[in-house]
Write a protein that binds this ligand. Structure first.
Ligand code: FE2
Length: 383
């Protein structure tokens, strides 16, 4: 079968990498850029590091700080207006998944005809956009290496994806120093999201030898460092390992896709505003229990990066240990484990299950075919 592998063409990584932004922009002949971020990143002082470097290289810039969590797609138009007003020739996204996804989408919408809503789906964007540079401030989304942007449609109460090779940034700058101040609950939720990217891409029906290579290292790095990063936020070694893990998991899922855990997380994220990483973590053990039969071999192989001794156990017994390890990890990281903690009730399940069945883009990658009845059972198990 013919497979395609692609990723961001240039990645600058390591402690202090963010300070290279000025020279990176200058080397591309750009004199005016727009930083796209949110107010949290500005308050945390993360944007000032970027600003100092741009100033030192003589780059002029504007700042769009109107990105909100789970951003509505309408924000893209606000951002494009500012690109035009500032006459910016490049966008620099600084933040977690939300600012980076708005940056990628605004960069292409600065060139393509509105409205953005017509481009939800796969390969629907006609033309490449302005160049974008993405600088993640969490070890989570991997957006700096994916051709995907996730935006909220408030009208339909759904999170929708735009997938296009034109969403790849020109450059990703991956600097673990930007994550040193993340509070433990954010480290936990975003880190679990990254771990789940690795697990889902590894067990996707579209996994290849190349994506497995990225996912295996991603899972190992994240699983073995996330507790330290959670407990000792200033541990630069753990933060560096988490940042690399999230990057590699992003490369894996950009090419192999994520599966039903993310599909289940979208309706509860959109409807009950459960943070993406928490929604994924909450669904993970229940979806794995369902998916195991679709790819027993791969789920059992997770024992290796998890460091689980397998001895004389058969594959089903090994998978039970893997699920136990995931439960233990989520407990250690104090991620909420029940939908009812967020106000979800039994009467909501039919509507949520209908929502999952609409996420066909991800269910197409799932190792086991999902039916509506199963979707209801899986949500009920997570209540
Ligand atoms: Fe995710």
């Amino acid at each position: 079968m013919i497979k395609v592998f692609s990723t961001t063409p240039r990645i600058v990584m390591g402690p202090g990498a963010a300070k290279t932004i000025g020279e990176e922009v200058k080397s591309r002949g750009v004199r005016k850029a727009l930083i796209v971020t949110d107010k949290g990143c500005i308050a945390a002082g993360l944007v000032s590091t970027i600003e100092q470097s741009l100033k030192a290289s003589g780059i002029r810039y504007g700042i769009f700080d109107g990105v909100e969590p789970d951003p509505r797609y309408e924000i893209v138009a606000d951002c494009v207006n500012m690109v035009r007003a500032e006459k910016a020739r490049m966008l620099i996204g600084v933040g977690g998944g939300s600012p980076m996804d708005i940056t990628k989408t605004a960069a292409v919408m600065a060139v393509n005809k509105p409205p953005v809503g017509q481009y939800f789906g796969i390969n629907l964007i006609p033309k490449p956009g302005l160049p974008a540079i993405l600088i993640p401030t969490t070890a989570g989304t991997g957006s700096e290496v994916t051709p995907i942007a996730i935006l909220s449609d408030e009208g339909e109460k759904l999170k929708k994806g735009i997938v296009s090779p034109y969403l790849y940034p020109a450059l990703g700058i991956v600097d673990p120093e930007l994550t040193l101040g993340l509070p433990p609950h954010v480290t936990a939720a975003t880190g679990m999201d990254a771990l789940i990217h690795g697990i889902e891409a590894y067990t996707s029906i579209n996994a290849t030898g190349i994506t497995d290579m990225f996912c295996e290292r991603a899972i190992r790095l994240i699983y073995n460092n996330i507790r330290t990063a959670f407990a000792k936020g200033d541990d630069i070694q753990a933060r560096t390992a988490m940042m690399e893990g999230a990057l590699l998991a992003g490369i894996g899922f950009a090419n192999a896709g994520v599966t039903a855990v993310h599909a289940f997380a979208y309706p509860i994220g959109a409807e009950f505003h459960i943070p993406h990483g928490v929604a994924n973590t909450l669904m993970l053990p229940h979806v794995i229990r369902y998916n195991v039969l679709g790819n027993l071999d791969k789920f059992a192989k997770l024992a290796e990066p998890f460091g689980i001794p397998t001895g004389r156990l058969d594959q089903l017994q090994i998978v039970d240990r893997v699920i136990q390890a995931i439960d233990r990890l989520a407990d250690d990281l104090r991620v909420p484990r029940h939908l009812k903690d967020f106000g979800v009730k039994d009467k909501d399940i039919d509507m949520l299950a209908d929502g999952v069945m609409k996420v066909t883009r991800l269910l197409a990658n799932n190792p086991r075919t999902l039916y509506l009845q199963d979707a209801k059972q899986i949500y009920r198990a997570a209540l």
